[in-house]
Design a protein around this ligand. Structure first.
Ligand SMILES: Cc1cc2nc3c(=O)[nH]c(=O)nc-3n(C[C@H](O)[C@H](O)[C@H](O)COP(=O)(O)OP(=O)(O)OC[C@H]3O[C@@H](n4cnc5c(N)ncnc54)[C@H](O)[C@@H]3O)c2cc1C
Length: 258
Protein backbone atom coordinates (compact mmCIF):
# COMPACT_ATOMS: atom_id res chain seq x y z
CA UNK A 1 0.00 0.00 0.00
CA UNK A 2 2.77 2.42 0.88
CA UNK A 3 5.49 1.13 -1.43
CA UNK A 4 5.26 3.96 -3.94
CA UNK A 5 4.87 6.72 -1.44
CA UNK A 6 6.95 9.73 -2.38
CA UNK A 7 5.09 12.50 -0.67
CA UNK A 8 2.32 12.24 1.83
CA UNK A 9 -0.04 14.85 3.10
CA UNK A 10 -1.33 12.72 5.89
CA UNK A 11 -3.80 15.22 7.07
CA UNK A 12 -5.86 18.09 5.85
CA UNK A 13 -8.33 19.70 8.15
CA UNK A 14 -10.97 22.16 7.13
CA UNK A 15 -12.67 24.07 9.84
CA UNK A 16 -16.05 25.71 9.76
CA UNK A 17 -15.77 29.49 9.66
CA UNK A 18 -17.56 29.77 12.97
CA UNK A 19 -15.71 31.50 15.76
CA UNK A 20 -15.42 29.61 19.00
CA UNK A 21 -16.48 26.29 17.56
CA UNK A 22 -14.15 23.36 17.83
CA UNK A 23 -15.18 19.82 17.29
CA UNK A 24 -13.10 17.65 19.57
CA UNK A 25 -10.29 20.13 18.99
CA UNK A 26 -9.75 18.15 15.81
CA UNK A 27 -8.15 15.44 17.88
CA UNK A 28 -9.56 12.64 15.80
CA UNK A 29 -7.98 14.20 12.77
CA UNK A 30 -4.58 14.74 14.34
CA UNK A 31 -4.60 11.08 15.40
CA UNK A 32 -4.42 10.19 11.73
CA UNK A 33 -1.20 12.17 11.27
CA UNK A 34 0.55 10.51 14.21
CA UNK A 35 -0.71 7.02 13.41
CA UNK A 36 0.05 7.29 9.69
CA UNK A 37 3.59 8.48 10.41
CA UNK A 38 4.08 5.52 12.73
CA UNK A 39 2.62 3.11 10.17
CA UNK A 40 4.99 4.42 7.49
CA UNK A 41 7.93 3.77 9.82
CA UNK A 42 6.73 0.28 10.72
CA UNK A 43 6.32 -0.55 7.02
CA UNK A 44 9.76 0.84 6.12
CA UNK A 45 8.62 3.70 3.87
CA UNK A 46 9.00 6.62 6.23
CA UNK A 47 12.19 7.82 4.54
CA UNK A 48 10.26 8.09 1.26
CA UNK A 49 7.40 9.98 2.85
CA UNK A 50 6.65 13.57 3.71
CA UNK A 51 3.97 13.93 6.38
CA UNK A 52 2.28 17.32 6.47
CA UNK A 53 -0.52 18.55 8.73
CA UNK A 54 -2.42 21.45 7.16
CA UNK A 55 -5.10 23.35 9.01
CA UNK A 56 -7.04 26.55 8.42
CA UNK A 57 -6.78 27.38 12.12
CA UNK A 58 -3.98 29.71 13.25
CA UNK A 59 -2.76 27.48 16.09
CA UNK A 60 -1.93 23.82 16.50
CA UNK A 61 -4.19 23.34 19.52
CA UNK A 62 -6.79 25.38 21.38
CA UNK A 63 -5.13 25.31 24.81
CA UNK A 64 -1.64 26.92 24.57
CA UNK A 65 -0.43 24.89 27.59
CA UNK A 66 -0.24 21.73 25.44
CA UNK A 67 1.21 23.24 22.27
CA UNK A 68 4.95 22.91 23.11
CA UNK A 69 4.48 19.22 23.97
CA UNK A 70 2.63 18.55 20.72
CA UNK A 71 5.21 20.51 18.74
CA UNK A 72 8.00 18.45 20.32
CA UNK A 73 6.35 15.22 19.21
CA UNK A 74 5.85 16.55 15.68
CA UNK A 75 9.42 17.85 15.40
CA UNK A 76 11.05 14.74 16.86
CA UNK A 77 9.30 12.62 14.24
CA UNK A 78 10.06 14.87 11.30
CA UNK A 79 6.47 15.83 10.54
CA UNK A 80 5.53 19.25 9.17
CA UNK A 81 2.77 21.65 10.16
CA UNK A 82 1.31 24.43 8.04
CA UNK A 83 -1.33 26.52 9.80
CA UNK A 84 -3.72 29.09 8.36
CA UNK A 85 -4.04 26.98 5.21
CA UNK A 86 -7.54 26.26 3.98
CA UNK A 87 -8.20 23.46 1.52
CA UNK A 88 -10.11 25.01 -1.39
CA UNK A 89 -9.87 22.36 -4.10
CA UNK A 90 -8.96 18.73 -4.64
CA UNK A 91 -7.87 17.36 -8.02
CA UNK A 92 -7.93 13.61 -7.43
CA UNK A 93 -6.87 12.70 -10.98
CA UNK A 94 -3.69 14.74 -10.64
CA UNK A 95 -3.43 13.95 -6.92
CA UNK A 96 -3.21 17.61 -6.09
CA UNK A 97 -4.71 19.63 -3.26
CA UNK A 98 -5.00 23.41 -3.42
CA UNK A 99 -4.61 25.39 -0.22
CA UNK A 100 -5.31 29.08 0.30
CA UNK A 101 -3.51 31.08 2.96
CA UNK A 102 -6.35 32.51 5.07
CA UNK A 103 -4.44 35.76 5.68
CA UNK A 104 -2.82 36.53 2.34
CA UNK A 105 -5.11 34.64 -0.04
CA UNK A 106 -2.06 33.09 -1.73
CA UNK A 107 -2.68 29.61 -3.09
CA UNK A 108 -0.29 26.67 -3.11
CA UNK A 109 -0.67 23.29 -4.75
CA UNK A 110 0.41 20.22 -2.78
CA UNK A 111 0.93 16.89 -4.50
CA UNK A 112 -0.10 13.85 -2.48
CA UNK A 113 -0.11 10.07 -2.64
CA UNK A 114 -2.45 9.80 0.32
CA UNK A 115 -4.62 12.54 1.78
CA UNK A 116 -6.96 12.55 4.77
CA UNK A 117 -9.51 15.34 4.60
CA UNK A 118 -11.91 16.42 7.27
CA UNK A 119 -14.81 18.39 5.81
CA UNK A 120 -16.30 21.41 7.58
CA UNK A 121 -18.37 20.35 10.55
CA UNK A 122 -21.59 21.95 11.68
CA UNK A 123 -24.99 21.36 13.23
CA UNK A 124 -27.56 19.12 11.52
CA UNK A 125 -29.95 20.95 9.21
CA UNK A 126 -33.00 20.53 11.43
CA UNK A 127 -31.10 22.36 14.18
CA UNK A 128 -29.54 24.94 11.89
CA UNK A 129 -32.88 25.92 10.37
CA UNK A 130 -34.97 25.61 13.53
CA UNK A 131 -36.07 28.30 16.01
CA UNK A 132 -33.53 27.29 18.67
CA UNK A 133 -30.51 28.13 16.53
CA UNK A 134 -28.34 31.24 16.60
CA UNK A 135 -27.18 32.96 13.40
CA UNK A 136 -24.48 30.30 12.90
CA UNK A 137 -26.95 27.44 13.29
CA UNK A 138 -26.06 26.18 16.76
CA UNK A 139 -28.53 25.85 19.65
CA UNK A 140 -28.12 29.15 21.46
CA UNK A 141 -27.64 28.59 25.18
CA UNK A 142 -26.02 30.52 28.01
CA UNK A 143 -22.50 29.16 28.25
CA UNK A 144 -22.63 28.79 32.04
CA UNK A 145 -26.21 27.75 32.89
CA UNK A 146 -26.82 25.94 29.55
CA UNK A 147 -30.32 27.47 29.48
CA UNK A 148 -31.55 28.63 26.09
CA UNK A 149 -31.22 32.41 25.76
CA UNK A 150 -34.71 32.89 24.28
CA UNK A 151 -36.69 29.87 25.50
CA UNK A 152 -36.14 29.54 29.28
CA UNK A 153 -37.69 26.08 29.44
CA UNK A 154 -35.14 24.76 26.93
CA UNK A 155 -31.60 23.66 27.81
CA UNK A 156 -28.88 22.60 25.42
CA UNK A 157 -25.63 20.63 25.52
CA UNK A 158 -23.38 18.59 23.30
CA UNK A 159 -22.12 19.10 19.78
CA UNK A 160 -25.19 20.93 18.48
CA UNK A 161 -24.95 23.64 21.14
CA UNK A 162 -23.08 26.92 20.68
CA UNK A 163 -20.88 26.33 23.73
CA UNK A 164 -17.48 27.88 22.98
CA UNK A 165 -15.37 24.92 23.99
CA UNK A 166 -13.99 21.90 22.17
CA UNK A 167 -16.90 19.60 21.49
CA UNK A 168 -16.28 16.22 23.10
CA UNK A 169 -18.03 13.45 24.95
CA UNK A 170 -15.92 14.39 27.96
CA UNK A 171 -17.38 17.90 27.84
CA UNK A 172 -20.90 16.47 27.68
CA UNK A 173 -20.15 14.39 30.77
CA UNK A 174 -19.69 17.67 32.68
CA UNK A 175 -22.53 19.49 30.93
CA UNK A 176 -25.23 16.90 31.63
CA UNK A 177 -25.28 17.31 35.44
CA UNK A 178 -25.45 21.11 35.01
CA UNK A 179 -28.51 20.74 32.79
CA UNK A 180 -30.15 18.38 35.29
CA UNK A 181 -29.49 20.63 38.30
CA UNK A 182 -30.65 23.79 36.54
CA UNK A 183 -33.73 22.12 35.04
CA UNK A 184 -34.77 20.91 38.48
CA UNK A 185 -34.09 24.38 39.94
CA UNK A 186 -36.22 25.98 37.20
CA UNK A 187 -39.08 23.61 37.90
CA UNK A 188 -38.83 24.36 41.61
CA UNK A 189 -38.86 28.12 40.91
CA UNK A 190 -35.29 28.48 42.24
CA UNK A 191 -32.42 30.48 40.69
CA UNK A 192 -30.10 28.56 38.37
CA UNK A 193 -26.87 28.42 40.34
CA UNK A 194 -25.03 25.48 38.78
CA UNK A 195 -22.50 26.55 36.17
CA UNK A 196 -20.51 24.77 33.49
CA UNK A 197 -16.89 25.99 33.30
CA UNK A 198 -16.20 24.87 29.73
CA UNK A 199 -14.37 21.71 30.81
CA UNK A 200 -13.34 19.50 27.93
CA UNK A 201 -10.82 16.75 27.38
CA UNK A 202 -8.89 15.98 24.23
CA UNK A 203 -6.99 12.71 24.38
CA UNK A 204 -4.37 13.03 21.64
CA UNK A 205 -3.19 9.59 20.49
CA UNK A 206 0.40 10.20 19.39
CA UNK A 207 1.21 6.59 18.52
CA UNK A 208 0.46 3.00 19.41
CA UNK A 209 0.25 2.97 23.20
CA UNK A 210 1.00 6.70 23.60
CA UNK A 211 -1.33 9.52 24.46
CA UNK A 212 -1.24 13.14 25.66
CA UNK A 213 -4.32 13.77 27.81
CA UNK A 214 -5.28 17.43 27.45
CA UNK A 215 -7.98 18.79 29.75
CA UNK A 216 -8.94 22.47 29.86
CA UNK A 217 -11.77 24.96 30.44
CA UNK A 218 -13.27 28.07 28.80
CA UNK A 219 -10.19 30.08 29.79
CA UNK A 220 -8.08 27.42 27.99
CA UNK A 221 -6.35 26.76 31.30
CA UNK A 222 -5.37 23.18 32.10
CA UNK A 223 -7.85 21.41 34.40
CA UNK A 224 -6.09 18.12 34.82
CA UNK A 225 -7.51 15.09 36.62
CA UNK A 226 -4.35 13.13 37.38
CA UNK A 227 -1.32 13.96 39.59
CA UNK A 228 1.14 13.63 36.69
CA UNK A 229 2.29 15.95 33.91
CA UNK A 230 -0.43 15.22 31.36
CA UNK A 231 1.57 16.93 28.60
CA UNK A 232 3.85 13.88 28.48
CA UNK A 233 3.09 10.98 26.13
CA UNK A 234 1.99 8.15 28.40
CA UNK A 235 0.92 4.54 28.06
CA UNK A 236 -1.23 4.90 31.18
CA UNK A 237 -3.32 7.60 29.49
CA UNK A 238 -3.55 5.50 26.34
CA UNK A 239 -4.80 2.55 28.42
CA UNK A 240 -7.30 4.81 30.12
CA UNK A 241 -8.75 5.89 26.77
CA UNK A 242 -8.59 2.49 25.12
CA UNK A 243 -9.86 0.32 27.96
CA UNK A 244 -11.43 2.41 30.74
CA UNK A 245 -13.26 5.25 29.02
CA UNK A 246 -15.46 2.96 26.89
CA UNK A 247 -16.67 1.34 30.13
CA UNK A 248 -17.16 4.73 31.73
CA UNK A 249 -19.23 5.73 28.70
CA UNK A 250 -21.46 2.65 28.47
CA UNK A 251 -21.87 1.85 32.16
CA UNK A 252 -21.40 5.28 33.71
CA UNK A 253 -22.39 8.15 31.44
CA UNK A 254 -25.27 6.53 29.59
CA UNK A 255 -26.80 5.39 32.89
CA UNK A 256 -26.31 8.76 34.55
CA UNK A 257 -23.83 7.34 37.07
CA UNK A 258 -20.65 9.14 35.96
C1 LIG B 1 -13.02 11.33 15.05
C2 LIG B 1 -13.56 11.79 16.37
C3 LIG B 1 -12.90 11.46 17.54
C4 LIG B 1 -13.40 11.87 18.77
N1 LIG B 1 -12.73 11.52 19.91
C5 LIG B 1 -13.23 11.87 21.10
C6 LIG B 1 -12.56 11.48 22.31
O1 LIG B 1 -11.52 10.82 22.29
N2 LIG B 1 -13.10 11.84 23.49
C7 LIG B 1 -14.24 12.57 23.56
O2 LIG B 1 -14.69 12.86 24.66
N3 LIG B 1 -14.92 12.96 22.44
C8 LIG B 1 -14.43 12.64 21.22
N4 LIG B 1 -15.09 13.02 20.07
C9 LIG B 1 -16.28 13.89 20.18
C10 LIG B 1 -17.55 13.13 20.57
O3 LIG B 1 -17.70 11.98 19.74
C11 LIG B 1 -18.77 14.06 20.40
O4 LIG B 1 -18.52 15.27 21.11
C12 LIG B 1 -20.05 13.45 20.95
O5 LIG B 1 -20.32 12.23 20.34
C13 LIG B 1 -21.22 14.41 20.72
O6 LIG B 1 -22.38 13.84 21.25
P1 LIG B 1 -23.81 14.48 20.91
O7 LIG B 1 -24.81 13.55 21.54
O8 LIG B 1 -23.86 15.91 21.24
O9 LIG B 1 -23.92 14.41 19.33
P2 LIG B 1 -23.87 13.08 18.38
O10 LIG B 1 -23.04 12.00 19.02
O11 LIG B 1 -23.48 13.62 17.05
O12 LIG B 1 -25.38 12.63 18.41
C14 LIG B 1 -26.36 13.26 17.62
C15 LIG B 1 -27.33 12.17 17.17
O13 LIG B 1 -28.42 12.79 16.51
C16 LIG B 1 -28.76 11.96 15.40
N5 LIG B 1 -29.51 12.75 14.43
C17 LIG B 1 -29.03 13.63 13.52
N6 LIG B 1 -30.03 14.14 12.78
C18 LIG B 1 -31.18 13.59 13.24
C19 LIG B 1 -32.55 13.72 12.90
N7 LIG B 1 -32.96 14.54 11.92
N8 LIG B 1 -33.44 12.98 13.59
C20 LIG B 1 -33.06 12.16 14.58
N9 LIG B 1 -31.76 12.00 14.96
C21 LIG B 1 -30.84 12.70 14.29
C22 LIG B 1 -27.44 11.46 14.88
O14 LIG B 1 -27.60 10.31 14.13
C23 LIG B 1 -26.68 11.19 16.19
O15 LIG B 1 -26.89 9.88 16.66
C24 LIG B 1 -14.60 12.63 18.83
C25 LIG B 1 -15.27 12.95 17.64
C26 LIG B 1 -14.75 12.56 16.43
C27 LIG B 1 -15.52 12.92 15.18
Amino acid sequence: MYSDVTEVSSEVVLRPRLEGVNVGDWIGFKHIMYLAEEAFRVHGVRDKSRVVFMNAKPTLFTAPYYIPALERVIKSRGMEVQLGQELVALRPDAREAVFRDVKTGTEQVMRYDMIHVTPPLGPPDFVRTGPLANADGWVEVDKFSLQHVRFPEVFGLGDASNLPTSKTGAAIRKQAPVVVENLLALRAGQPLTTQYDGYTSCPVVTGRGKLIMAEFNYAKEPVETFPVDQRAERFSMYALKAYMLPRLYWHGMLRGRA
